[in-house]
Design a binder for this molecule. Structure first.
Ligand code: CP
Length: 312
């Protein structure tokens, strides 16, 4: 594999290989000395043109734990703030001999564009409203652990609802493509104003009434209301949104036994998810964060490890 741009083009076998390798990588997290020599001498640039806490930090930790040299570049503090184009910025960094770029950018398709310009490997860390493949992989890793822990392993026959602001989400696409390949049934739940156009062509069912599906779910994945991307009024008030689509205490009580709650973060507590739900025993929120390091180590090793990992 040369780049990881999305889960749409990832085969089931490639996804499972990343998840399986992440199991080994997760062991490093529990060691006193968290260091493997696997990517010694490799240079990874985290180029983040949009804010991030989880993705940027976990990619940096993942690279460091694999002994790679990791460098962070952001729009603020780089010559992007002087008007340098994305292409010139990436070609400049590529000319320094970088082995891999982890890129986050507000424009959909930016990671694919960059992969056409540079000799380094490219990992999409979130491009606009398009894809966020490592988020979906870490979500799947956490779910797989949860299903095994409750004695009901595997994705076949599992029902996963992705609920909330689907219109502005890149996490939804990556999760739909990946979870359906792994065998789960995905149901999208959102108000009509926040349901993406074209979902009828996705491998999903849809519902506008959260209460009609809540008791049948194996996983409720709550997505953030992305107010920074909303130009108009997509719902009357946060209170009304929460009443209809939030994972409130009342809905938490209606989840079936063994059901799990996911949220990619950052959370709007009291809007799409209540503290009762996010802090409950059913919540995988911080397992997801921990899984992020192991999965990103696995992705970095898959792309950069071995002979084929050497840049063009
Ligand atoms: N889930 C996620 O991508 O979080 P960050 O924006 O903090 O990276």
């Amino acid at each position: 594999m040369r780049h990881l741009l999305g889960t749409k083009d990832l085969s089931k076998e490639e996804a499972l290989a990343i998840l399986d390798l992440a199991e080994d990588m997760a062991q490093v997290q529990h060691r006193q000395v968290k260091k493997l020599p696997a990517l010694r001498g490799r240079t990874i640039v985290n180029a983040f043109f949009e804010d991030s806490t989880r993705t940027r930090t976990s990619f940096e930790i993942a690279g460091k734990w694999l002994s790679a040299d990791t460098i962070n570049v952001s729009a603020k503090g780089s010559s992007v703030s002087k008007g340098e184009s994305l292409r010139d910025t990436m070609l400049t960094l590529d000319a320094m001999g970088v082995d891999a770029f982890v890129i986050r950018h507000p424009s959909s398709g930016a990671a694919k564009q960059v992969s056409g310009w540079v000799g380094a490997h490219v990992i999409n860390a979130g491009d606009g409203q398009h894809e966020h493949p490592t988020q979906a992989l870490l979500d799947a890793f956490s779910m797989r652990h949860h299903f095994a822990k409750i004695g009901n392993p595997g994705f076949e026959g599992k029902r996963v609802a992705i609920v909330g602001d689907l219109l502005h989400s890149r996490v939804v696409r990556s999760n739909v493509y990946l979870l359906s390949k792994l065998g789960a049934e995905v149901v999208l739940v959102a108000p009509p104003t926040l349901m993406p156009a074209g979902v009828e062509n996705w491998p999903v069912t849809t519902a506008y009434d959260f209460d009609s599906v809540i008791s049948e779910l194996d996983v409720a994945m709550m997505l953030r209301v992305q107010r920074e991307r909303m130009a108009g009024g997509f719902f009357p008030t946060p209170r009304e949104y929460s009443d209809a689509y939030g994972l409130t205490l009342e809905r938490l009580r209606r989840l079936k036994e063994g059901a799990a709650i996911c949220h990619p973060g950052p959370m709007n507590r009291g809007v799409e998810i209540s503290s009762a739900a996010s802090d409950s025993a059913a919540s995988l929120v911080f397992d997801q964060v921990a899984s992020g390091v192991a999965v990103r180590m696995s992705v970095l090793y898959t792309l950069l490890g071995g002979e084929e990992g050497i840049r063009e």
